[in-house]
Design a binder for this molecule. Structure first.
Ligand code: SF4
Ligand code: SF4
Ligand code: SF4
Length: 797
């Protein structure tokens, strides 16, 4: 154990050292420490003593090298002539990239002039790095064009042009585009533009927002005019001057017989625009120039000289202004994906189609839609794409400081192995079955009557008190879920969740929660072992029936009343399970957290981790920790309640659950205080009427207040409702404290002795003190959350 720990420490230190040296290198200057930590394992150490030749001129170059320590020189060797020293490489320098890119032998010899330590990555992993990290590719192009600028010798210039051309081939797009535009109207219009340009090639300015398909249009025009193999070079307007300001003519020559596309061409400074226009006029290049701008206003902001160079323009409308195209695009993308992966074309069900149509795609237009469809295709195994496969909007943003508890290796191992959790789940399941048998069987009445107050007096309060602190930790060990899981292994119809369940889950959960509470009170379950056993058995039966028929843990997500309570309570908890979206989006190809692996099922709550940004629907089962192949999942310790004011997406309907859970407390607390005074029958009648009336009024009021239309956006009204959670929980704690075993027998008091020796006393039952405390804490936290919600909403305005 000690040995493995120290090996781990050494490995960690080694990784950190690699990160430190990579960060000093110009190539990786834009990378965040997290990204460097990901890249670091690809690099290996190599050490060389002074005088050693690392590479010999003419030799095949096996690696990309980063100098970590020491110095070396590159030398040009010629027969019978003394070697010419070209450059000195110190810590932070890198070399070998060009040879790896072109497959050519080393152009010079590299010799250590001090003892050197290098980080190296082989050609295959270097190519993978370039593909995975587009900014690395961009750096390479920047570096090559920089060298081209400095090259003053004809041969060197020619060589760099050749290198650069090879580098640019990396950004070719033949596999990237679907060639899908939407319905008939837009497809015909685009095709006729392509036709027009192919007959009369003229520079074209494409106007459209990000993701509208400007680059795709450019690619199809290019393909039609020059074919796939000819150069198709994309340069960002903002970087054009820095990369090509002095070598526009070289660039235009290189792209001869191909297409140059300058994205956001309006970002070129006016002087550079005039320069480019001049070169285009003087040189009359044999390449096509395509520029893109965001809007007509940006087109008009171009200098007159550059505008003159674009005799043609084409406007692509944003997707939100042509929503009729959404279905056609989605369908076409699904068909292409299905053909590529040799699968049946999945169908979008009614709800998911509605959801797609309701979204505005302001971030990335068609690209955003395509990414949503690609993700849904990867997430669904069956023939139907439904609402839980549709993830859109921004991925999780980091809000506030967190500490990842999984950085502590023993805990990570414990959760990844899962044996320990399975053991605890097994034990709670067995104890639970014993408990039900005892309660229903009634064979040992004294024992049953001893256990009963603990079931009611500890279990309920524990749920209400623990969830806001540590989240849905109850669900981690919940016997309903463990027993359901066990039987699912042997019998599972795996049916999709019915649409009405997904749509009205919050109403059903609220209703079942009210029902359990009401039944518990009017049937006096706290004193009745048999009825308590029956209630637990009914809940278990519900979990089992839904678990065996429907997919994943439909019961937990869409029906469980306890889940509703602990889920809402856990919104403010100090623990959260989250993924690092940078890793998910840049590295993940399997989406195992959702899909699952052979050993462990995917997320039972239908969560795709890069989009998981609240605790409501995470039952802390840690399946994702076990499944994620990229170490992206974190178990974070965070500031309590901050999720309330940082909410971005949430099942809006749970505002109704909060409303009714608060309103039901009025009759529950009031009628409890008069139960012993009223005749039982009248009490039951009036209590029931008041209980359901309060719940109904609260539900209607909240409904009108938040209007839960099944979008997931958390607006400030929703956040204000969620800010009430501490108060709701305080109310429930106050009620539950009445039943905490033994508490009613404790009293706290003050005893004061006056100067005359007279003694005065003040006593308060401990239950009351605890209730006042709970109320104060609830009020305080709710007020704080309301202030923070108001504050953050104002900041956004
Ligand atoms: S949601 Fe309900 S059934 Fe599921 S784990 Fe939580 S308490 Fe148990
Ligand atoms: S959490 Fe892991 S499995 Fe899920 S998307 Fe991220 S990297 Fe992939
Ligand atoms: S798999 Fe992960 S995200 Fe899903 S419920 Fe379990 S812990 Fe939460």
């Amino acid at each position: 154990m000690g040995n493995s720990l120290s090996t781990e420490n050494i490995l960690n230190r080694d990784e950190e050292l690699k990160v430190k040296y990579l960060a000093q290198t110009d190539f990786f200057a834009d990378f965040t420490p997290e990204q460097l930590r990901e890249i670091a394992p690809e690099f290996q150490w190599q050490t060389y003593t002074q005088g050693t030749e690392i590479l010999k001129q003419g030799q095949k170059v096996p690696y990309f090298y980063v100098v970590a320590e020491g110095r070396l020189v590159s030398m040009l060797e010629k027969e019978k002539v003394e070697a010419l020293q070209l450059a000195v490489f110190e810590a932070g320098s890198a070399f070998g990239e060009i040879a790896l890119l072109t497959g050519q032998p080393a152009a010079s010899t590299f010799r250590c002039i001090e003892d050197c330590r290098l980080l190296v990555v082989d050609s295959m992993h270097f190519a993978l790095l370039l593909l995975r990290w587009p900014n690395l590719n961009q750096k390479l192009i920047e570096k090559l064009s920089g060298r081209l600028r400095m090259a003053n010798d004809f041969l060197f210039e020619a060589k760099y042009k050749e290198y650069l051309r090879s580098a640019m081939q990396l950004s070719q797009y033949q596999d990237w585009f679907y060639g899908v535009w939407g319905g008939k109207g837009i497809t015909m219009s685009i095709n006729s533009k392509i036709e027009e340009i192919s007959k009369k090639p003229e520079n074209l300015l494409i106007i459209g927002e990000n993701g509208t398909g400007r680059q795709m249009l450019a690619w199809f025009i290019h393909k039609r005019l020059f074919g796939e193999k000819s150069p198709f070079v994309t340069i960002k307007g903002g970087l054009f001057e820095q990369q090509w300001g002095h070598s526009i003519s070289s660039l235009l020559t290189m792209i001869e017989g191909g297409t140059l596309i300058i994205k956001e061409i309006n970002l070129l400074p006016p002087e550079a625009q005039r320069d480019l226009a001049k070169q285009l006029k003087e040189q009359a290049p044999k390449c096509l120039l395509l520029g893109t701008v965001y809007s007509e206003a940006e087109r008009k902001s171009l200098t007159a000289e550059l505008l003159d160079c674009f005799p043609q323009k084409y406007l692509i409308k944003p997707l939100r202004e042509r929503k009729r195209d959404i279905n056609a695009i989605a369908q076409a993308v699904l068909e292409k994906l299905a053909a590529k992966h040799n699968r049946k074309v999945p169908r979008l069900d009614h709800e998911s189609t509605r959801l797609l149509l309701s979204h505005n795609y302001r971030q990335e237009n068609m690209t955003e839609l395509i990414q949503i469809i690609e993700r849904a295709f990867a997430l669904t195994k069956g023939d139907v794409i439904s609402i839980e496969h549709i993830f859109f909007g921004p991925t999780v943003r980091k809000t506030g400081k967190t500490i990842n508890l999984l950085a502590w290796p023993p805990l990570k191992k414990l959760l990844q192995k899962g044996l320990f959790l399975s053991l605890i789940q097994g034990i709670t399941a067995v104890l639970f079955i014993l408990l039900i048998s005892l309660l229903l069987g009634g064979s040992d009445l004294p024992l049953t009557l001893t256990i009963l107050p603990f079931v009611w007096g500890l279990w309920w309060p524990a749920l209400v008190i623990l969830s806001p602190l540590v989240g849905r930790i109850w669900c981690t060990v919940c016997p309903f879920s463990s027993i359901m899981n066990f039987f699912q292994k042997y019998l599972h119809w795996d049916r999709p969740v019915p649409a009405f369940l997904k749509k009205y889950d919050y109403l059903l959960i609220s209703f079942f929660f009210l029902l359990i509470f009401w039944v518990e009170i009017i049937l006096g379950m706290r004193q009745d072992p048999f009825r308590t056993g029956l209630l637990l058995l009914t809940l278990l039966a519900g979990a089992l029936i839904f678990g065996l028929i429907f997919t994943r843990h439909t019961w937990c997500k869409n029906l469980c009343p306890l889940g509703g309570l602990v889920g809402t309570a856990s919104i403010g908890s100090v623990l959260e399970v989250r993924a690092d979206p940078n890793i998910c989006l840049n590295k993940c190809t399997t989406l195992d957290c959702y899909v699952g692996t052979a050993e462990t099922a995917g997320c039972p709550m239908f969560q795709h981790l890069p989009y998981l940004d609240n605790n409501l629907d995470c039952k802390m089962c840690f399946n994702c920790v076990r499944n994620c192949p990229n170490d992206s999942v974190q178990l974070n310790l965070r500031f309590p309640a901050q999720e309330v004011w940082h909410l971005v997406r949430i099942n809006q309907g749970f505002a109704i659950f909060i409303g009714v859970s608060l309103a039901m407390l009025l009759p529950v607390i009031y009628f409890e205080s008069v139960r012993s005074v009223w005749p039982e029958n009248s009490w039951l009648l009036y209590f029931s009427l008041a209980y359901w009336a309060c719940a109904l009024i609260a539900a209607i009021l909240t409904w009108f207040l938040v209007k839960p239309y099944k979008t997931k956006a958390a607006n400030s009204r929703i956040k204000l409702m969620f800010a009430l959670i501490p108060l709701v929980l305080a109310g429930h704690v106050m009620y539950q404290l009445n039943f905490l075993p033994g508490l009613d027998r404790l009293t706290a008091g003050l005893l004061l002795e006056s100067a005359s020796g007279q003694i005065s006393t003040w006593y308060l039952p401990l239950t009351q003190i605890a209730q006042i405390l709970a109320l104060l804490i609830g009020l305080l936290l709710t007020s704080f959350a309301v202030i923070m919600v108001r504050h953050t909403s104002k900041k956004k305005v």
